[in-house]
Ligand binder design. Structure first.
Ligand SMILES: NC(=O)c1ccc[n+]([C@@H]2O[C@H](COP(=O)([O-])OP(=O)(O)OC[C@H]3O[C@@H](n4cnc5c(N)ncnc54)[C@H](OP(=O)(O)O)[C@@H]3O)[C@@H](O)[C@H]2O)c1
Length: 233
C-alpha cells in the first residue's frame, strides 16, 4: 500500500463520528443557506440525514427547509455549529473570517465541508491571496482547527441539483482533505448527495480543482475526472 493510502487508512480508523461509523444517518449543520447551502443540504436530507440550516438571514432558512420534511430544521449559526457532526459552510468567501469569529471555537475538531470560492470581484483583496494560495489551504488558515474537506466547489448549484443521483454512471466530484477521517467522511457525504467522490489528495492539491481550473464546471464521470486531474485510475 502506498504511504499516503496507508496513513489515511490508519487515521480514518481513529476519529470517525459514531453515527457515520455505524452507517446511520448523520447530523449535519449548514451555515449559509443560500443557493449552495440549500441545494447540498437538501440533497443530504433526501439521503436520510438530519440537517439544521442556518443563515444570518432568517428568510433564507425558511426557504431552504420549505418542503423538506421533519429531517430539516432551522437554527441559528451557533446552533447549527453545535448540532452537526459535520458542518457545511456555504457563504461568500469574505464572510469566512466572520464565521470564524462567531463559531470558530465550536468548529475546532469538526469536519467542515468547504465549497467556498474566493472571487475577487465579490470578496475583495482577500480573495486574491486566497486564490494564490489555493482555496483549500486558505480556508484551513481562516478556520484554524476545523478539519476542512474541500468539495462541491467546482460546479454551479443548478448543475449539482440537475446531476445529483443520475443513473449509472453517476457524475463525479473531487474531494480533498489533509485529515484521513475527514476525507472519508467527506467522500461519504459527496456520495450521499448523489455523486461519485474522487479522492483528489491534500488541501494543497485541491488547487487543481479551484474555480477557473481546467476541471472547473466540467461534468465528468469518476474515470474522466481522475484522468483530467492526472490521478491514478
Ligand atoms: N452559486 C453557485 O453556484 C456556487 C457554486 C460553487 C461554489 N459556490 C460558493 O459557495 C459559497 C456560497 O455561494 P451561494 O451562491 O450559495 O451564495 P448565496 O446564495 O449568496 O448564499 C450565501 C448565504 O450566506 C449568508 N451569509 C453571509 N454571511 C454570513 C454569515 N456571516 N453568517 C451566516 N450566513 C451568512 C448570506 O446571507 P446574506 O444574504 O444576508 O448575505 C446568504 O444567505 C460561495 O463562497 C460561492 O463562491 C457557489
Amino acid at each position: 500500500m502506498q504511504r499516503r493510502a496507508f496513513l489515511l487508512a490508519l487515521a480514518a480508523a481513529a476519529v470517525v463520528p459514531p453515527a457515520f461509523a455505524q452507517g446511520k444517518p448523520m447530523k449535519i449543520g449548514v451555515i449559509g443557506s443560500g443557493r449552495i447551502g440549500s441545494t447540498i443540504g437538501g440533497l443530504w436530507v433526501k439521503a436520510g440525514h438530519e440537517v439544521m440550516f442556518s443563515d444570518r438571514d432568517a428568510e433564507q432558512v425558511k426557504r431552504a427547509i420549505d418542503g423538506l420534511g421533519p429531517r430539516a430544521r432551522a437554527g441559528s449559526v451557533p446552533e447549527a455549529a453545535a448540532f452537526g457532526d459535520a458542518i457545511l459552510i456555504a457563504v461568500p468567501y469574505a464572510a469566512l473570517p466572520a464565521i470564524q469569529q462567531q463559531v470558530g471555537a465550536q468548529l475546532k475538531g469538526k469536519v467542515v465541508i468547504d465549497p467556498n470560492n474566493p472571487v475577487p470581484s465579490r470578496d475583495g483583496d482577500m480573495a486574491v491571496s486566497a486564490r494564490e494560495k489555493g482555496a483549500g489551504v486558505s480556508s484551513a488558515a481562516l478556520l484554524p482547527g476545523a478539519r476542512i474537506v474541500r468539495s462541491f466547489n467546482a460546479w454551479g448549484y443548478a448543475t449539482m441539483a440537475r446531476e445529483a443521483n443520475r443513473p449509472a454512471p453517476r457524475m463525479a466530484l473531487p474531494v480533498a482533505a489533509d485529515d484521513a477521517a475527514a476525507l472519508k467522511l467527506g467522500m461519504q457525504l459527496v456520495s450521499d448527495a448523489g455523486f461519485d467522490p474522487v479522492d483528489a489528495g491534500s488541501l494543497a492539491a485541491s488547487k487543481a480543482f479551484d474555480l477557473g481550473s481546467a476541471v472547473s464546471g466540467r461534468v465528468l464521470t469518476a474515470a474522466e475526472l481522475r484522468q483530467a486531474l492526472s490521478l491514478k485510475p
